[in-house]
Design a protein around this ligand. Structure first.
Ligand code: DP6
Length: 326
C-alpha cells in the first residue's frame, strides 16, 4: 500500500486571496487562473500499513517540520473517504525552498493527495482529486490538472474544483523565480488570508475578478503576451494593496523585491517584454516568453540582491511515479 506522486507548484495570474467559509472547507471568495511550474516540484511517498500505530511525517529530512498536524488532518480526510483507519508513513521532498512564499503548500498538498489516494486504493477522477487537494491548501487544487488551470469559486465543496484550460505546450510562457531572500515568512498564508475582508479595497477587488478572469482567459487563448503581462502584474499589485491595507497590515516584500520590480519596469522601457508577480513572500516571479527568457535571466542574475534563479516552463499536473522515496 505504497505510492509516490510528483506535483508542481503553480503561479496564479488571477490570485486567490480570501475565503467565504470559516468551517475549514477552503472555499475561495473568487475564482483564479494559474500555470503549473516545471522547476518547482514536490515528490511525496505515502505508505499505509496496518502495523503502524501512528502517522509519521518527514518533510525535507525533518520529522517535526511544523506541518505534521496539517498533513495528518489531510490524511484523515483521505482515510474517511476510503473508510480505513490505517496509519501512514509519509516522506516528502521539495525541490525548492519551502515556507518562504514559493507556494510549496500547493505542490505539497497536491502530491500528498495523489500519493495517498493511490496508496490507499482510491481511484478518483481529476475533479474530485482537485477538490480533495483544495481542503489541504487552496492553491493545491490548481496543481492537479495540467498546464494552464482555472479554479472555480462555488458555494459548495463539490463545485469548487480546478480544470485544465490549455495543456503545458500550448504557450511557451517562462516564469523565472528570483530568490531575493531565504527568510521564512512571518505570517502564514492561511492566517494572513483570514483578515482579507478588513481591507477597504477587498470588496472592490472581488467585484472586478469575474471580468478579469474572462479577460485573462481570452489573452491566453490569443497568446497576447503584452496585455496578458500587464494584467498579471496589475493583479499581483492589487492583491498586495489589499494585504497592505488589511488590519493588521501584511507586508511580504523586502528591499530586494521592490528593487527587482523596478528593474523589470526599466527593462520594459528598453523594449524587453517582462512582467512581475509576487505571492506571500519576498521572491519575485518574472514572467516572459521563452524567446526572451535567456536575456531576462541574464539581466536578473546581474542584480546584486538576487541569490538564485528557478526557471519554469508550463508543466503537467500531479501524477504518480514508480520511484519511491523509501
Ligand atoms: C498569495 O493556497 O497557500 O499565493 O488555502 O491557506 O493554504 P491556503 O492558502 P494558499 O494561498 C495562496 C495565496 C497566493 C495567491 C494564489 O496562489 O492564488
Amino acid at each position: 500500500m505504497k505510492a509516490t506522486a510528483i506535483a508542481p507548484s503553480n503561479i496564479a495570474f488571477i490570485k486567490y486571496w480570501g475565503r467565504t467559509d470559516t468551517g475549514g472547507l477552503r472555499l475561495p471568495a473568487n475564482g483564479s487562473i494559474s500555470m503549473n511550474l516545471s522547476g518547482m516540484t514536490t515528490t511525496t511517498t505515502v505508505e499505509f500499513d496496518p502495523s503502524y500505530s501512528d502517522d509519521s511525517i518527514t518533510i525535507d529530512g525533518a520529522e517535526d517540520s511544523g506541518e505534521s498536524a496539517r498533513v495528518t488532518e489531510h490524511l484523515d480526510r483521505i482515510r474517511a473517504t476510503a473508510e480505513t483507519h490505517y496509519r501512514a508513513r509519509v516522506v516528502s521532498r521539495n525541490g525548492f525552498p519551502s515556507g518562504t512564499g514559493l507556494s510549496s503548500s500547493a505542490s505539497g498538498f497536491a502530491a500528498l493527495t495523489v500519493a495517498a489516494c493511490s496508496a490507499i486504493g482510491l481511484s478518483l477522477p481529476e475533479r474530485e482529486l482537485s477538490v480533495l487537494a483544495r481542503r489541504g491548501s487552496g492553491s493545491a487544487c490548481r496543481s492537479i490538472p495540467d498546464g494552464f488551470v482555472e479554479w472555480h469559486a462555488a458555494d459548495t465543496t463539490a463545485g469548487s474544483f480546478s480544470e485544465s484550460l490549455f495543456p503545458p505546450d500550448y504557450w511557451d510562457i517562462c516564469d523565472i523565480v528570483a530568490i531575493v531572500s531565504s527568510e521564512k515568512k512571518d505570517v502564514p498564508t492561511t492566517k494572513g488570508m483570514q483578515q482579507a475582508a478588513t481591507s477597504l479595497f477587498y470588496l472592490t477587488r472581488l467585484n472586478h475578478i469575474p471580468e478579469k478572469i474572462v479577460r485573462i482567459k481570452d489573452m491566453i487563448a490569443r497568446k497576447d503576451f503584452k496585455h496578458f503581462g500587464e494584467l498579471v502584474e496589475s493583479e499581483a499589485l492589487e492583491m498586495h494593496a489589499v494585504m497592505m491595507t488589511q488590519i493588521p497590515p501584511l507586508m511580504y516584500w523586502s528591499v530586494g523585491t521592490l528593487q527587482l520590480m523596478k528593474a523589470v519596469r526599466k527593462w520594459r522601457c528598453d523594449g524587453i517584454p517582462a512582467y512581475v508577480s509576487v505571492n506571500t513572500g519576498q521572491d519575485v516571479h518574472v514572467i516572459t516568453e521563452k524567446t526572451n527568457a535567456a536575456d531576462v535571466a541574464a539581466r536578473i542574475r546581474q542584480e546584486p540582491y538576487v541569490k538564485d534563479l528557478i526557471i519554469n516552463m508550463p508543466a503537467r499536473g500531479a501524477r504518480t511515479v514508480d520511484t519511491h522515496l523509501f
